[in-house]
Write a protein that binds this ligand. Structure first.
Ligand code: ADP
Ligand code: MG
Length: 211
């Protein structure tokens, strides 16, 4: 038996077609059944539902053999113990610095001003601003980052952006791109050696489906 860790929402929704391409369907619907362990039509594969940021942890410790996680989440986690064979090219977005529409970010950064930046992605933000030589105080948040500049908690945020609609609705604008993000397949390194017979065909099917 192998275990695939997925998170609810876009990762789950966009991984289903890849499983289908591998001839695998789910026997339970996580939206209606409250189960966290889902059986599939493949005897050898089950799916577990975890928080997006917990997927690398489950795979790192071998509690799941495989998982699907955003590059954003993997960069924060660090990727220890994980083999990353495939960019699934799903759940695509961009990691951006955003600020209020009337805030001159470029100017403030150039002046060497100390900026307060709120984000869920503290590691990514720290590396980005250090590389640019911009001085920042980072404030860790767990959600609704857009609210931080509107309430005076921060000058800017680091967050994922896809359409930019949420930014616009909150009078914010993207001021700098940190990088593009998509979901990756991750595999526990020991599991890949011990269960290659079951895991490799799945990797091959995913690779064909995303090519
Ligand atoms: P959560 O809010 O619990 O982290 P999401 O479904 O919002 O769950 O995000 C899961 C993953 O989907 C993120 O880690 C990221 O890789 C990706 N993602 C997040 N926001 C977006 C977005 N706006 N567009 C596309 N992909 C996104
Ligand atoms: Mg979200």
């Amino acid at each position: 038996m192998i275990t695939l860790a997925l998170s609810k929402g876009r990762i789950f929704d966009e991984t289903l077609p890849l499983l289908e391409a591998a001839g695998i369907a789910l026997r339970d619907d996580p939206e209606t059944s409250r189960k966290l362990i889902l059986a599939t039509t493949c005897r050898d594969l089950r799916v577990i539902i975890v928080r997006a940021s917990d997927v690398p942890t489950y795979v790192q410790y071998g509690a799941a053999d495989l998982g699907v996680a955003g590059k954003d989440v993997l960069d924060e986690h660090g990727g220890q113990g994980l083999y990353q064979p495939l960019d699934l090219k799903i759940a695509r977005c961009r990691m951006m610095v955003a600020a209020p529409r009337d805030f001159d970010y470029e100017h403030a950064a150039r002046q060497g001003a100390r900026l307060r930046v709120a984000t869920k992605y503290v590691q990514t933000a720290r590396e980005h601003f250090a590389a640019k030589g911009v001085h920042v105080d980072l404030i860790k948040l767990y959600g609704s980052m857009e609210l931080a500049p509107l309430t005076g908690l921060a000058d800017a945020i680091v967050d994922l952006v896809s359409t930019g609609r949420t930014l616009r609705a909150n009078n914010l604008k993207a001021v700098e791109e940190i990088g593009v993000v998509s979901a990756r397949l991750i595999v526990n390194q020991a599991a890949l050696k011990l269960k290659r017979g079951v895991i490799q065909p799945l990797l091959d099917a995913f690779a064909r489906a995303t090519a």
